[in-house]
Design a binder for this molecule. Structure first.
Ligand code: PLP
Length: 404
């Protein structure tokens, strides 16, 4: 699907045609997005919102159009609910600070799960330390899915917020977030969904999900680095204080007191990445042009093929085998009882031109739970092919022979 739109895929690595299967870390960028970015710098580079001159007005219009595109992409009710941040990590930090200031007191509790990315653990942990609150952890079931049957036990009258991943960045598994949101709301607890790994591969509709907050990163969705989204229901965002002070987020500043701007600007202190937002808008336009439903169906087929092909190799153990996945598959290689170190396997794959990710994938609590030093993760995007996966399995078999 449209490989030629991604120039980097024509490159060679160690003399071999590149097979890029590290898309869960970051996707490659289409020329369409890169051209939009260059175009913005060349033709409407001016600071937004404050200028009466033509360039500033064009830049402002493009920035706000991009916000509307993101709102449409995520199914938000209004563009006011879309806050531009630096990425998923920044979004969660911002939310943890702001929500914590308004709603978390000593003895309160925040719930995350065993499989979260560090970015969905540490900001909450820091909040808990600051407020003398407690971080509670939802365990996993036998299928390595968040165990929703335990949620009612873990929720207490002191629970203030639940924050969980939509899709595990390690295992690629789709988590039961509908149940989590339903149960949480029956206790009037808001839910934040870490959509870093779902927004690139799923028709996300935040209104249908009914989540209170949703976060994702542009660079995992064919967009620029350094840009992310914090979606929040308008009624929640209205209740939260700004996380940062500065320009743009203010209405009036006096030494005695400052009043804050309306949504979403209240949360966007300083000059935003207006070039990045326009480029992200172009990336979303590119996905729409290809057809999001078609992209997602194709990626699902590739993910199934990936799991299937890996499972046929002697000694390969696929985590959460047979459980619904999107985009990524994690595995390890065993020779008898001996685990081949993921780093060694990954290095030998790289020497054959195949890029995968190895290690703890920024989810050490999950890796500890799996009792391994790390895993090998292959993850797909719209431009991958079954031939790429065949190159991976072929290279993997060679690597296993070499390490025997
Ligand atoms: N959450 C999940 C599930 C992720 O996969 C990632 C990145 O891999 C993040 C959060 C952090 O994203 P970023 O580094 O773009 O802020």
């Amino acid at each position: 699907m449209n490989r030629e739109d991604f120039p980097i895929l024509q490159d060679t690595v160690h003399g071999r045609a590149l097979v890029y299967l590290d898309n869960a870390a970051t996707t490659q960028r289409p020329l369409f997005m890169l051209n939009a970015m260059t175009d913005a710098y060349l033709h409407y580079n001016a600071n937004i919102h404050r200028g009466v001159h033509h360039l500033s007005q064009v830049a402002t219009q493009r920035h706000e159009q991009a916000r509307q595109k993101v709102a449409d992409f995520l199914g938000a009710q209004s563009a006011k609910e879309i806050i531009f941040t630096k990425g998923t990590t920044d979004s969660i930090n911002m939310l943890a600070f702001s929500f914590g200031e308004a709603f978390v007191r000593e003895g309160d509790e925040i719930i995350v799960s065993q499989l979260e990315h560090h970015s969905n653990i540490v900001p909450w942990q820091m909040l808990c330390q600051r407020k003398k609150a407690q971080l509670r952890v939802l365990p996993l079931d036998a299928n390595l899915l968040i165990d929703t049957s335990r949620l009612e036990d873990i929720i207490t009258p002191r629970t203030r917020l639940i924050s969980v991943a939509h899709v595990s960045n390690v295992l690629g598994t789709v988590q039961p977030i509908h149940d989590i949101i339903r149960i949480a709301h029956s206790h009037h607890i808001p839910v934040c969904i870490d959509g870093a790994q779902s927004a690139p591969h799923h028709m996300v509709n935040v209104q249908e999900l009914d989540c209170d907050f949703f976060v994702c990163s542009a660079h995992k969705m064919y967009g620029p680095t350094g840009l992310g989204i914090l979606y929040g229901k308008e009624q929640w965002l209205n209740l939260l204080p700004p996380a940062q002070g500065g320009g743009e987020m203010i209405e009036h500043v006096r030494f005695e007191q400052t009043t804050y701007n309306q949504l979403p600007y209240k949360f966007e202190a300083g000059t935003p990445d207006f070039i990045g937002s326009c480029a992200f808008g172009a990336a979303l336009q590119y996905m729409d042009h290809i057809g999001r439903q078609d992209i997602y169906a194709y990626e699902d087929e590739l993910t199934r093929y990936l799991e299937q092909q890996l499972s046929t190799i002697d000694g390969v153990y696929v985590y959460a085998h047979g459980i619904e996945k999107t985009g990524a598959v994690s595995f390890n290689v065993f020779q008898g009882d001996r685990l081949l170190h993921p780093f060694d396997v990954g290095t030998l794959l790289d020497q054959q031109g195949v890029a995968v990710r190895t290690g703890h994938h920024c989810a050490e609590p999950l890796i500890d739970y799996l009792q391994v030093p790390g895993t090998i993760r292959a993850s797909v995007a719209m431009y991958n092919t079954k031939k790429d996966i065949d190159r991976l399995t072929c290279a993997l078999q060679r690597a296993i022979q070499m390490l025997a």
